[in-house]
Design a protein around this ligand. Structure first.
Ligand code: FPP
Length: 299
């Protein structure tokens, strides 16, 4: 965890490195934790912490494109949060409603696409409508894709996707991702960097499938205090990490060219023999026979 004193406070966000390529741009996901404690520490009601959290979200969204982020996913309300007192959950839902109403026009001007991840059947119908309007109005935004997770549970989304996938004809990880993206809405793209504020170090049922190879940065800072400068510091840390996804660093791989070992050759040979013994294998041999005869006649 980056200690509190090293975390960056307010500051100007320098412009994006010139010439940054699309492929280098990142998906950053944030667990926006600590609103309640932020408010309690100041003697304010918890809802004031959530309001301050929405402000922090606004400034982070503003900073994101210049930091090379193409997708920013924020955990605004988890499915588990329904266990909180109804007054608090309702205050968060009202806040999200207001936030979407207030931010949609701004997002259109800034080229920001808004999507909402999560269930829609338990939230108020009025919020459902605002979400649909906001998503439609901002759908052309290409500068940044902001995904707000509302009533979201990764485990639930994966389970629903698995139930639907059961009947699929094409069984691959890519097609599963596609089903997951339809089930949870708002897409399903691999997370590069996962940030959690508020001092806890856990994933809390957030983007379990998409975080398979994510780098994690945990911060003691509470979400309302998080700034664009903190986001920049987290991204700088991300760029210092070596991401091999289970392989080896490029320079090490270059020293060890990938020649098959003797047991591997033996394994491939056996696999070929087994394949030729199958019905399709015998068909291949049968089809080659006339060609072989032709070849021997021409001699
Ligand atoms: C976590 O803090 C925050 C939430 C459960 C919900 C609300 C989140 C926001 C308002 C920020 C994002 C907002 C928008 C509009 C994108 P907590 O209540 O769990 O804090 P605690 O751990 O200190 O109690």
């Amino acid at each position: 965890m980056i200690p509190m004193q090293q975390q960056v406070s307010l500051g100007q966000i320098p412009a994006i490195r010139p010439g940054i390529k699309q492929a280098e741009r990142l998906h950053v996901a944030i667990i926006t934790d600590g609103n309640g404690r932020w408010a309690t520490f100041r003697g304010l009601p918890r809802s004031a912490g959530h309001r301050a959290g929405a402000e922090a979200a606004r400034s982070v969204i503003e900073a994101a494109p210049a930091l090379g982020i193409h997708t920013l996913t924020l955990f605004a309300l988890s499915a588990a949060n329904w266990k909180r007192p109804a007054a608090e959950v309702n205050a968060i839902l009202r806040l999200l409603h207001e936030y979407l109403l207030a931010e949609t026009t701004h997002c259109i001007h800034e080229g920001v696409r808004l999507s909402i991840l999560g269930r829609r059947d338990r939230i108020p119908a009025t919020l459902r409508q605002v979400i649909a309007d906001s998503e439609a109005a901002t759908s052309r935004g290409t500068r940044l894709h902001v995904r707000l997770a509302i009533d979201y549970s990764a485990r639930e989304a994966i389970f629903s996707a698995a139930c639907r996938f059961y009947k699929a004809t094409e069984l691959s990880q890519d097609s599963f991702s596609q089903v997951l993206s339809e089930v949870q809405r708002g897409g399903s793209t691999e997370v590069d960097l996962l940030i959690r504020t508020g001092g806890e170090q856990r994933l809390s049922d957030f983007l379990l499938w998409e975080c398979a190879f994510a780098e994690f940065v945990f911060l003691a800072k509470r979400w309302p205090d998080f700034t664009g400068g903190d986001l920049r510091a987290a991204i700088d840390e991300f760029h210092q990490r070596e991401r091999t996804r289970g392989s080896l660093p490029d320079e090490v791989l270059a020293e060890h060219p990938n020649r098959p070992t003797l047991p591997q050759c033996f394994h491939y040979f056996r696999a070929c023999v087994c394949a030729l013994r199958t019905f399709e294998g015998r068909e291949v041999i049968r089809r080659f026979r006339p060609a072989r005869r032709l070849f021997s006649r021409s001699k």
